[in-house]
Design a protein around this ligand. Sequence first.
Ligand code: HMG
Ligand code: MG
Length: 311
Amino acid sequence: TDSKVVKIVEVGPRDGLQNEKSVVTSFVKAELVTRLGRAGMKTIEAGSFVSPKWVPQMAGTPEVLKSMERLRDAHYPVLVPNIKGLEDLFALLDSTSGEDVPLTDEIAVFTAATDAFCKANTNCTIAESLERLVPVTDRARARGLRVRGYVSVVVVCPYTGRVDYKKVKEVSRALLGMGCYEVSLGDTVGAGTPWDIRAMLETVMSGAGALPASQLAGHFHDTYGTGVPNILAALGLGLRTFDSSIAGLGGCPYSPGATGNVATEDVLYALQGSGYTTPGDLTALAKVGGWISGVLNRRNESRAGKAILAK
Ligand code: HMG
Ligand code: MG
């Protein structure tokens, strides 16, 4: 694609807050979603319907969806790992069907490019997870929800090291084949360099069963500071959708040592003046990043955010 429009999926309220050591109240989570929406973000991952035994931080997602401000032109996807999570979401949608704006119109399902990570994250192999996700995807779509897919550990696995990019392609194809409209490729560890990202995408996007850039998104954790360069590498290969997290919040509870996603403020700053357009008002987002960092009593991980706030 030569489109100049870049879509940003703000994952801070989910990927960010799922990893916080302190308990974050549903009030704060909902307030974060609301503020991100007011700062112009159009796609905001609002939480997860996962097992609270596995990720207690996401337990309040129904409350968050009910109390956050929902804008008509925005989307608020939630992660769903299995039928139980989907049924919980359906029950919530049923009990709130009188609302003007539905609580959400999109779910995200997730698997991985290695069995070891898949087991650590969802207690099953890749093959089992794909089998599990087929009915989840079917039933969600039958109810009119859009389904996005995630593949974790597309470059390096915290348990088994370098990943076979052909496996990334195979798993991504399976997710698109079951009805996901897009697959977000996760450098969960955040160890990839722009050269790794290019090599990974070249494998996924060429040869037999090549996938088009229009169905791929980049989800780059920023552990080694390569988040923005990795986005630029993927942009060069035609990707136009990227996940990012306000103030660089986040990490994955099952990827020890990995830090948050590339900061939304840093991505927007880098793309400004480049001819690309993105959603979001950078100054307003920097304020949201400063606010949530203060509330969580953690360091603001966005370089651009801090620089803007210091002015
Ligand atoms: P399991 O233990 O194999 O599940 O976990 P189970 O079916 O045996 O059920 C065990 C218990 O959990 C039962 O309760 C179920 O009812 C309950 P009990 O009878 O013992 O009281 N349960 C649930 N409760 C609420 N909601 C549910 C649910 N399912 C079962 N949906 C399971 C399997 C998949 C559920 C679990 O492993 C899980 O929830 N994993 C999610 C882990 C997670 O959220 N990870 C972070 C998100 S992914 C990520 O961050 C990566 C990403 O950012 C991309 C990247 O960076 O790479 C997306
Ligand atoms: Mg992630």
